[in-house]
Design a protein around this ligand. Structure first.
Ligand code: NAD
Length: 293
């Protein structure tokens, strides 16, 4: 069993980005600039955004945080998006989800200029991804693709079972892994809450991407020897021995499945750290005008 160390890989990639940014600045180029919009007072969102801003500083990007209260109207959010779309110094921006209930997330997403959509959630980027055209890949799937690539995990001809069909993880993973590409060429089965016999599917899998959001859901009896497991789940379970009263676990029962797997991502320290790195990579691509010219 080999552990896929997302934390170490994310640090390596951040160092690579920092080197590129230094070179870019030395050559008189513009400093990549990422903005984050945070509306409301969701504590988890505040932590995510703070980490994104910190990561920008670490690699030498400029970062801007636009923070507004929970009472902000939809029109005001759309105005913020419009200003960021039009600001020539901003290479990319994200609107942290979830937004307060009275704001239509779909409307906000559609208002983002696809050229600056470094989260890769706009239909233009999703469509381009599905067609195999250059696009900003959504952060978590992009991070997983990087892991498979950098750990030289063979995907061609493999049977991959994706568990969960969300727009941000499961569905894009199923598209990316079935594409004709260096990391790709898998035969993909996309499973979800209505799948009749999940165990029958996972037992046939060479690669499993688990993105369900249920602690310890994937157990040892559900996987075959030598499987590659990418555990996307982040679940809190009560743990009185921890100061904060809980610990984070994935969707896979790590102790059970790890001995059977050839590669596995831990939780925490696996997919999570790669997500922010992807955002930085997309912003760098935007500042280099790699996707849209
Ligand atoms: P979601 O909650 O939007 O969707 C869950 C999916 O799981 C659904 O498609 C549903 O059909 C499927 N599902 C539910 N029960 C199932 C069952 N019994 N059998 C098979 N499929 C079932 O999920 P999401 O936003 O993709 O998040 C999934 C998990 O990944 C969560 O724990 C989330 O916190 C985590 N996550 C982690 C990162 C990261 O950076 N590591 C990023 C995004 C999400």
């Amino acid at each position: 069993m080999k552990l896929i160390d997302g934390k170490a890989l994310a640090n390596t990639i951040k160092e690579e980005i920092a080197v590129e940014v230094t070179a870019l600045k030395k050559a008189g180029g513009k400093t990549p600039h990422l903005a984050a919009v945070l509306i409301g007072d969701d504590p988890a969102s505040a932590v995510y955004v703070r980490n994104k801003v910190k990561a920008c500083e670490k690699v030498g990007f400029k970062s801007t945080l636009v923070r507004r209260g929970a009472e902000t109207t939809e029109a005001e959010v759309l105005e913020i998006v419009k200003n960021l779309n039009e600001d020539p110094d901003i290479d990319g921006f994200i609107v942290q989800l979830p937004l307060p209930k009275h704001i239509d997330e779909e409307k906000v997403n559609l208002a983002i200029d696809p050229k600056k959509d470094v989260d890769g959630f706009h239909p233009m980027n999703v469509g381009r991804m599905a067609l195999g055209l250059p696009s900003y890949l959504p952060a978590t799937p992009f991070g997983i693709m990087q892991m498979l690539d950098r750990y030289d995990i063979e995907t061609s001809g493999k049977h991959c079972v994706v568990i969960g069909r969300s727009n941000i993880v499961g569905t894009p993973m199923s598209i990316l892994l079935s594409r004709k590409a260096k990391v790709g060429n898998c035969t993909v089965t996309l499973t979800h809450s209505r799948t009749k016999d999940l165990k029958a599917e996972t037992l046939r899998a060479d690669i499993i991407i688990a993105a369900i959001g249920r602690p310890d859901y994937l157990t040892a009896d559900m996987v075959k020897e030598g499987v590659v497991i990418i555990d996307v789940g982040i679940n809190r379970v009560d743990d009185a021995s921890r100061k904060r009263g809980y610990r984070l676990v994935g969707d896979a029962n790590f102790e059970g499945v790890a001995p059977k797997s050839s590669f596995i991502t831990p939780v925490p320290g696996g997919v999570g750290p790669m997500t922010i790195t992807s955002l930085l990579m997309n912003t760098l691509k935007s500042s280099r005008k790699e996707i849209y010219g």
